[in-house]
Write a protein that binds this ligand. Structure first.
Ligand code: F6P
Length: 344
């Protein structure tokens, strides 16, 4: 191996720069590779445009949020001549393969390109949602969890001062990792996640019981993709985006007036939104990104393409790229049960 390309695709998250830095530094210093950076996810290879990354270009990056290469949700398979353009990028830059740092969309495309079109790829899993297969943690989740937990802590004090129900909507369209773990860490009184369709009457009864037993406030953490178990409340009427996904804030805004009406308690909603994806990565994400970046380069040098690096039982290991997106990794029952113990 002499030359590799690197790109970041999908929604950004804290730790991407740390991963790119690790790929470049380890590639250049340990293996004497040339590393080319493609901008804006798959858009870069599709445009057949790359920049040479130097040690200098990675200085001061470790602690910065976002991705200095830029990102996009471009799907190369859906683009006209997409696959041919990717092959062209490999040829023009004389690359042995790509290191692709991405989430569900980016790594699904990577898997198709690798399995069906012979594109040499190593994947690195990132998403604040933590819902990819083949890894215990994805880059970005731990930092998003810190931010969400801080929000729960802050809502606690104002909820208590005003005797209110505080509804916090966090990200997680298909899985409730951030909601469950921030809820456990912050001591939430109810957690609503996509894995467990909820009954809003039951939630309201629970809040009333809690307040009836002397507590004057409650915190409800809801994942953006949480769904009601029944449709009697028209909760499914909230706005959908162009992909048929609930618009951010939809579930919290729909729930607030219902909770207020059914419980009689003043209720406020907070939609945490993209704050969860911004800013400096925490030490866990910096270390995970660095370990994964280093291992990905070693796999590329060994010619073990078609793999993703996963954190499995504390070790960073190669797993088949297909594992990442074969099925979404949802919150296991025991995590949710551990949270429920404290709902009282
Ligand atoms: O997949 C990461 C994620 O942050 C989801 O939790 C959220 O639903 C989505 O991206 C938001 O996407 P966008 O960047 O298009 O607003």
């Amino acid at each position: 191996t002499e030359r590799i390309g690197v790109l970041t695709g999908g929604g950004d998250c804290p730790g991407l720069n740390a991963a790119i830095r690790a790929v470049v530094r380890h590639g250049l210093e340990s293996h004497k590779l040339r590393v080319h950076g493609f901008r804006n996810g798959w858009r870069g290879p599709l445009d057949v445009t790359a920049q040479t990354l130097t040690l200098e270009s990675t200085r001061g990056l470790l602690h910065l949020g976002g991705t200095f290469l830029g990102t996009s949700r471009t799907d190369p398979i859906a683009e006209p001549d997409g696959v041919a353009r990717i092959h062209e990028a490999l040829e023009v830059y004389e690359l042995d393969g790509f290191i692709v740092i991405g989430g569900e969309g980016t790594l699904s495309a990577a898997n198709t390109l690798a399995a069906e079109h012979g594109v040499p790829i190593i994947g690195i899993p990132k998403t604040i949602d933590n819902d990819l297969g083949g890894t215990d943690y994805t880059i970005g989740f731990a930092t998003a969890l810190d931010i969400a937990t801080d929000a729960v802590d802050r809502l606690h004090s104002t909820a208590e001062s005003h005797n209110r129900v505080m509804l916090l909507e966090v990200m997680g369209r298909n899985a409730g990792w951030i909601a469950t773990h921030a809820g456990i860490a912050g001591g939430a009184d109810s957690i609503l996640i996509p894995e467990h369709p909820f009954d809003v009457h039951q939630v309201c009864r629970h809040l009333k019981r809690r307040h009836g037993s002397g507590r004057s406030f409650s915190i409800v953490v809801v994942a953006e993709g949480a769904v009601p178990a029944d449709d009697t409340l028209n909760l499914t009427d909230y706005e959908l985006d162009q992909f048929g996904r609930p618009v951010l804030g939809g579930i919290a805004s729909s729930l607030r007036p219902i909770i207020e009406a059914q419980t009689g308690f003043a209720t406020r909603e907070t939609i945490l939104g993209h704050v969860q994806r911004g800013g400096t990565p925490n030490p866990f994400d910096r270390v995970l990104a660095t370990r994964m970046g280093v291992r990905a380069v070693d796999l590329a040098v060994a010619g073990e393409w078609g793999q993703m690096v996963g954190l499995v039982g504390g070790e960073v290991k190669p797993v088949p790229l297909a594992e990442a997106t074969r099925s979404l990794r949802r919150v296991p029952e025991d995590h949710y049960r551990a949270a429920e113990v404290f709902f009282g």
